[in-house]
Ligand binder design. Structure first.
Ligand code: SF4
Length: 335
C-alpha cells in the first residue's frame, strides 16, 4: 500500500562516498546478493548496482542469477515481479514504502468487482500492477507489446485493460476495438509531461530528437500525444530503455529531448556524453523511486530488510499471466 507522498521521509544521513561503496560491496558479497537498480534510481544507486535497466530485464536477470539474494532497487511491484519469477530467492527492497501510484490505482478487490460486471472478458494488465492484480489477470503486457497482446484476443471477446488510461487509449486507437474497457488509472508523474509542455519543448528545439520511453506509466501520455500528432512524427522515437541507450549512441542529433522520468538521463549521458540530453520536464521525478537512498541500501544489506513476500498461490497465478506476456510479441523492456 503506497503512503501519501507527503508522509514519506526517506532514510538519510549517509553519504555515498568511497567508504559507503566499499561497505555496500562487502555486505553484498557476505549476503551472496546481487544488486539490481532501475533506470529511474538516483545516480549513486545506479552506479553501485551490478545491473541497471528496466524492470522486466531486471526481473529476468534476477531469475537467471546464481546469487541467493536479490536486492531490488526500484519500486515495490517490480521487486514483487522479481519474486514471482524467482520464488526460491530472497528478494529485498531497500525501502518497502517505495510504492507506485499507477500500480495502486487498482486493487485485487476492485478488479474482481470489475470482472463480475463483464463476465467472460479477457483481463489485460500493464506490468505496473501488484502481484494480487497480476494473479487476477489473463495476460500482462508492456507498452511495447500491448497492441499485440490485445490483437491476439478474438475480436468478439470483451477486453478489460488496466490500470493506465493513456496506454489503454493508445491501444484502443491502434486496434480500433469498441469492446475494450479502460480503467481510469494514472501515474502522478504524468502531470510533469503534459501535451502543451511537450509541444512547446519540441517547437523550441526543432532539431532535437524526441525520445519517449513508454514502459513507465509516466510517459504513456507522451506516447498518446505522439500518436495524435501533437509533436512532429519524424522526430519522435518510441523506445524501450535498452533501445533508448542504443539510439543515444547512434543518433546524428546533437540534442535530444527525453520524455520520461528524469532518472533516465544519467544512463543516456553516460552512453553519449557529447549529446545534450534534456528532460521534457525536469520535475518529472518519481518520488517513490527516489526513496531508495544510499542509507536505505546500506540498511537493507545490513539488516536483510525489507523482504518481499508473495504467497505461493498468488505467485503461481501471477506468474502465468507474466509468462503469457513474454510469449506474445516483443515485450520490450517493461516499465
Ligand atoms: S514513475 Fe509513475 S509509474 Fe513509474 S514507478 Fe513512479 S509512480 Fe509508478
Amino acid at each position: 500500500m503506497t503512503l501519501q507522498m507527503e508522509d514519506l521521509v526517506p532514510y538519510g544521513g549517509v553519504e555515498a562516498d568511497a567508504a559507503w561503496a566499499d561497505e555496500v560491496r562487502r555486505l553484498a558479497r557476505e549476503r551472496d546478493a546481487v544488486i539490481l537498480a532501475h533506470n529511474y534510481q538516483v545516480p549513486e544507486i545506479q552506479d553501485i548496482a551490478d545491473h541497471t535497466g528496466d524492470s522486466l530485464a531486471l526481473s529476468r536477470i534476477a531469475a537467471a542469477s546464481e546469487a541467493s539474494t536479490i536486492v531490488f532497487c526500484g519500486v515495490h511491484f517490480m521487486a514483487e515481479t522479481a519474486k514471482i519469477l524467482a520464488p526460491e530467492k530472497t528478494v529485498l527492497i531497500p525501502d518497502a514504502r517505495a510504492g507506485c501510484s499507477l500500480a495502486d490505482s487498482i486493487t485485487g478487490a476492485q478488479l474482481r468487482e470489475w470482472k463480475a460486471e463483464h463476465p467472460g472478458a479477457v483481463v489485460v494488465s500493464y506490468v505496473n500492477t501488484t502481484a494480487e492484480v497480476k494473479a487476477e489477470t489473463d495476460i500482462c503486457c508492456t507498452s511495447s507489446n500491448a497492441v499485440d497482446v490485445v490483437a491476439s484476443i478474438p475480436a468478439d471477446q470483451d477486453v478489460l485493460f488496466l490500470p493506465d488510461q493513456f496506454l489503454g487509449a493508445h491501444v484502443k486507437r491502434e486496434t480500433g476495438r469498441d469492446n475494450l474497457y479502460i480503467w481510469a488509472g494514472e501515474c502522478h508523474v504524468h502531470a510533469g509531461i503534459n501535451g502543451p509542455e511537450l509541444a512547446e519543448r519540441a517547437a523550441e528545439n526543432p532539431d532535437a530528437d524526441l525520445f519517449i520511453h513508454p514502459e513507465c506509466g509516466c510517459a504513456t501520455s507522451a506516447l498518446y500525444l505522439a500518436g495524435e500528432g501533437t509533436v512532429p512524427a519524424d522526430k519522435v522515437r518510441i523506445l524501450s530503455t535498452g533501445d533508448m541507450v542504443h539510439a543515444a549512441r547512434s543518433t546524428k542529433a546533437t540534442s535530444v529531448l527525453v520524455a520520461t522520468e528524469v532518472g533516465m538521463l544519467h544512463q543516456l549521458r553516460k552512453a553519449a556524453p557529447e549529446i545534450d540530453f534534456r528532460a521534457v520536464n525536469d520535475r518529472a521525478s518519481c518520488r517513490y523511486m527516489k526513496m531508495i537512498t544510499p542509507a536505505a541500501l546500506l540498511r537493507s544489506l545490513r539488516e536483510g530488510a525489507d523482504e518481499v513476500h508473495v504467497d505461493a498461490e498468488t505467485a503461481r497465478r501471477a506468474s502465468a499471466s507474466v509468462r503469457r506476456m513474454i510469449e506474445i510479441g516483443q515485450p520490450g523492456g517493461g516499465e
